[in-house]
Structures are given as structure tokens and as C-alpha cells.
Design a protein around this ligand. Structure first.
Ligand code: URA
Length: 217
């Protein structure tokens, strides 16, 4: 299932991210706010529990609370910028990390880092701004499934999603995607069109500078 969060505020924040002239404070601030909107929508779909509390003026008032365990799993690098707004909206969320790189010979995604708490009945929110080919997403989802996590407990949060990536995730029935836009397609380099460019470089402010990669392999 896919939920496209397409209100005026979300679309206007996404426009800031898409604009190649955006950088620095305004860019990062839009990342924070858009993540907040998407995570808010995903959280509001979780079941709530009824509990009884005393308000200052009445005893035994029945109220609804979100009481579920949530584990946020940002995919390195770009997903890391979505972590702070995610835990600021759900402070008791637990945190895991997944790192995936593409093998330049096989072009296959490889999981080089995975440290995720296994919590019974928890919801897992995978944070990755771009759902492009779906290779990275599938790699992380398969790892979670191997731990015994039910696909119905997995939410994939992305700013921009390509139809190709959405199709790949659809094979895991029950996973929900929350995105601010379903874009047109991928180009021949795997970038989403119209997209927002290289999310890792733009979010980490590393466009045009040398970045050393070492996976310890
Ligand atoms: N990853 C990115 O950073 N951007 C895209 O457009 C696709 C994948």
C-alpha cells in the first residue's frame, strides 16, 4: 500500500528540496519538516490504545494513546538526516542502522552494516529519502524479514519514489510506503526524474568535494 502525502505544505517543502539552487539551512530545514510530516502520517495509522487517566478536573477519563514500539532504521547516508525529526516526533522510538553500498562490478546492493534491535511486535520505520530502483530497500526489508519481522509491521518513508522501486516493494505484501511524491521514472543512471538529485551528496553537503569511501572490506 502506498500513501502519497500531497498537501500544500508537503509539496512546498519538496519543491525546496527539488530546486538545485537550494542548499544549507533552508535545504536542511525542509528535510526536517518534510520528514516530520511523513512520519506523522505513518504514526497516525498505528493502532492506539485506550487508557484511563485523571485530568485536573475529572477522574477516570478514557483517552487514546499511541503505545506501540517503533524502531526507526535510517539507511546510511541520506536517511540519517531523517532520524532527528523522526525521534523528535516519537521520542520513545528505538533506533537501528542499515548501510548498503552498490558493488560496482555486479551492480548489486550489498549490506555492509546492520545494527537493528529486534523487538517483538514493534513497527519498523525504514527512513530513506529516495525509493529509486528499490534495490537498497529490498536488501534492508529482506534482512528485517529474516529476523522474523512481519511485513505488515514495516513502513517505508521516502520523500520521492519511482514507480520501479514501488513495484519492487509491492512483492512484500503488507509493507506500507509513505512518500511525498511518486515521480515519473528513473534515468539510465538510476536517478529519479524529476527527483532531487543525489540525496546523499545534497543532504551531507558533499557535492563537488572528495569523499573517501572505505567499507573495511
Ligand atoms: N539516489 C539518489 O540519491 N537520487 C536518486 O535520484 C536516486 C537514487
Amino acid at each position: 500500500m502506498i500513501t502519497e502525502v500531497k498537501n500544500n505544505l508537503a509539496s512546498s517543502l519538496l519543491s525546496i528540496l527539488r530546486d538545485k539552487k537550494s542548499e544549507g539551512v533552508s535545504f536542511r530545514s525542509a528535510v526536517e519538516k518534510l520528514t516530520f510530516l511523513l512520519v506523522e502520517r505513518a504514526l497516525s495509522n498505528l493502532p492506539s490504545n485506550k487508557v484511563v487517566i485523571d485530568t485536573p478536573v475529572e477522574s477516570n477519563a478514557e483517552v487514546s494513546v499511541l503505545n506501540d514500539e517503533v524502531v526507526f532504521v535510517p539507511i546510511l547516508r541520506a536517511g540519517l538526516l531523517m532520524l532527528h525529526p523522526a525521534i523528535s516526533i516519537y521520542e520513545k522510538g528505538r533506533i537501528g542502522f542499515a548501510g548498503v553500498y552498490r558493488n560496482e562490478e555486479t551492480l548489486k546492493p550489498n549490506l555492509y552494516y546492520f545494527k537493528v534491535p529486534v523487538i517483538k511486535d514493534a513497527f519498523y520505520f525504514i527512513l530513506d529519502p529516495m525509493l529509486a530502483t528499490g534495490g537498497t530497500a529490498v536488501c534492508v526489508v529482506e534482512k528485517l524479514l529474516k529476523l522474523g519481522i512481519n511485513p505488515g509491521k514495516i513502513k517505508f518513508i521516502s520523500f520521492v519514489s519511482a514507480p520501479e522501486g514501488i513495484e519492487k516493494l509491492k512483492k512484500f505484501s503488507g509493507i506500507e510506503i509513505f512518500t511525498a511524491s511518486i515521480d515519473r521514472c528513473l534515468n539510465d543512471k538510476g536517478y529519479i526524474l524529476p527527483g532531487l538529485g543525489d540525496a546523499g551528496d545534497r543532504f551531507c553537503y558533499t557535492e563537488g568535494v572528495e569523499v573517501v569511501e572505505d567499507y573495511g572490506i
